[in-house]
Design a protein around this ligand. Structure first.
Ligand SMILES: Cc1ncc(COP(=O)(O)O)c(C=O)c1O
Length: 382
């Protein structure tokens, strides 16, 4: 009897359904596990949701954003045309906002896209990338996609930075160092002096400083990009500006470094509405500043109330804090009953028992505190 291809292939150990396979280093990657409360929130309409799991802004963006979008949509927006490939208006607005010249700025599709661009431009197979952990893990996927190796640097105290430990870990194979400042989720910061020292001491290493939360900290190393061509600073409109839905970010780097990055940059990656929204938001800095002030005040108040309750809490200079409790899933589950969503970070290195909570306005955090108090009292933890 004639064998079918399927039977024959199985018998000789071949794939019975041949298909193109990606290279081994891609097959080794795990898809980024997106744990988001969005579906639960959409399914529930009984009470106001508190989405405090992704460090987004907890309020709408500047009203200027809606005005700009409405204006364009009602005045014959050319939806059949590609966006401004040079993102001229946004780049001009960013030039004055950041204080670095336009030949040092590249607008990207969220800061994730800026991180990807950096990895694609600078990394190749066999390179090592040093990453103090715990940190923002999505970056690690971009490193793996280049077949480069992540070297995780664990600090016994994850709530502190350690420059000596970092320096000791830099080797001849280190091509890039990824420093998130303020770090997600621990809130630690690298100072301008430390970054200055690192960039001047290791000119062959690319230092990527992720400043996704810099508006809240009020500190930045962006000015150093004008001195060092081995420094790139990534930033986003997804956090303090409240524009996560639009996917806009940027990278600031020395013009020499930008010259390299432009080679692989996709000029169509930031759509017309993202560019418009971000430009309108940068033109309304008082709105941004008042939200940042509100979050700072809410954070201070929230941290002191949680401490008074007798719980362990790690403050930050960003729009999130970390709480350590005996059984984190009981807190997340308990808060979900109140339509409050926070992020369990207890499986991250050095983060046993930890949950991360996005900080919003004082009014929002007052409500959140009341619910936390109820859950932890029910659990008998205080
Ligand atoms: C440290 C850090 N970098 C980058 C991002 C991604 O931001 P974007 O929305 O700009 O891609 C996040 C999002 O949570 C983050 O925490």
């Amino acid at each position: 009897m004639a064998l079918s291809w399927r039977n024959f292939a199985s018998r000789i150990g071949m794939d019975p359904e041949p298909h193109p396979r990606p290279p081994a280093h891609v097959l080794r990657l795990q898809p980024y596990r997106c744990v988001s409360s969005l579906k639960q929130i959409e399914d529930r309409t009984d009470t106001e949701p508190y989405k405090l799991d992704w460090n987004e802004s907890t309020v709408a963006p500047s009203p200027r954003v809606e005005e700009a979008l409405t204006h364009v949509l009602s005045n014959g927006a050319k939806l059949n045309w590609y966006p401004d490939l040079a993102a001229e208006d946004l780049t001009a607005a960013l030039e004055s906002y950041t204080g670095v010249p336009r030949d040092s700025l590249i607008v990207t599709n969220g800061s994730d896209d800026a991180l990807l661009l950096l990895c694609r431009t600078y990394l190749r197979s066999g390179n090592e990338v040093l990453v103090p952990v715990p940190t923002y893990t999505h970056f690690l996927v971009h490193v793996g996609a280049q077949n480069a190796r992540v070297v995780e640097l664990r600090n016994p105290n994850p709530f502190a930075t350690d420059l000596n430990r970092l320096e000791r870990a830099i080797t001849g194979k280190t091509k890039m160092v990824y420093l998130v400042s303020p770090n997600n989720p621990t809130g630690t910061m690298w100072t301008s002096r430390q970054i200055d020292y690192l960039c001047s001491s290791y000119p062959n290493v690319m230092f990527v400083v992720d400043e996704a939360y810099h508006e809240f900290s009020g500190q930045s190393v962006i000015h150093l990009t004008q001195t060092y061509s081995n420094l790139a600073v990534t930033r986003t409109f997804s956090k303090a500006f409240g524009l996560a839905a639009f996917r806009v970010g940027y990278v600031a780097a020395h013009p020499r470094a930008c010259g390299h990055l432009w080679r692989l940059h996709n000029p169509k990656s930031v759509n017309t509405f993202g560019q418009l929204a971000a430009t309108a938001a940068v033109h309304d800095l008082p709105y941004l500043e008042s939200y940042v002030e509100e979050v700072r005040a809410a954070r201070t108040e929230f941290v002191s109330r949680v401490r008074e309750l007798g719980l362990e809490i790690f403050d930050s200079v960003a729009n999130f804090v970390v709480l350590r409790v005996p059984q984190p899933h009981r807190l997340t589950d308990g808060l979900e009953k109140h339509n409050i969503y926070i992020r369990d970070r207890s499986t991250m290195p050095g983060m046993a028992g930890c949950v991360r909570i996005t900080v919003g306005t004082r009014e929002q955090m007052d409500h959140v505190f009341g619910c936390i108090k109820q859950v932890v009292t029910e659990q008998g933890w205080v």
